[in-house]
Design a protein around this ligand. Sequence first.
Ligand code: ZN
Length: 220
Amino acid sequence: MSFPQPKTCRIDVHAGALEGASGRYQKRLIDLEGVYADTNAFARAAADQGDRIVYEVSEVRPSANPGDMTFGVTRMDPGKIGDEFFVTRGHIHSVANRPEIYVGYAGKGLMLMESPEGEIEVVEIAPGILCYVPPYWIHRSVNTGDADLVMLFSYPSDSGQDYAIIEASGGMKCRIIEDGNGHWKSVPNPSYRARSRDEVARILSSADHPFQTDRSGNSS
Ligand code: ZN
């Protein structure tokens, strides 16, 4: 029997990257069209600096086998669109009963979480703070600081990510904006549409039937 091999990786906090990562992706500002409330401010920013990399992920996925674990580092730029702090696109796990942890290494920010039924939890992230994202919760990172936000993350390798669920409900239920005094506050998103009972049921049964939300808001 040849067992999977142990591995160590150095977290380069300054670069916001996992050394020896086998997978990487980068999100540019233009990739986040439709995410922010202030569409005019977004259009101006995108015209100016649409190609700018606003967050990036470096990760190791030893295998995709159920029970195995994917881990990596995410680095997010500081910034705002209008008065709304920079966010990641956010997702729910396609196998929605899979959890995740995040650990802050540099900068300050938030984990914005929403249950399928629309309960909201906002957790502050800073160096040394671990955030447990429970099964079923939609999650999105927010950089509320003025420097890079760097976090370690880890989740079961068979989780999958469904990014369309947020778009299908008109965004997350809350947005994180600057309060005018250099701090953040959470405000209701007037475009938010609550999920139907059927949609919540599909999320709850996704351990057996992983789903992807299509753009009309239907899950399959
Ligand atoms: Zn996740």
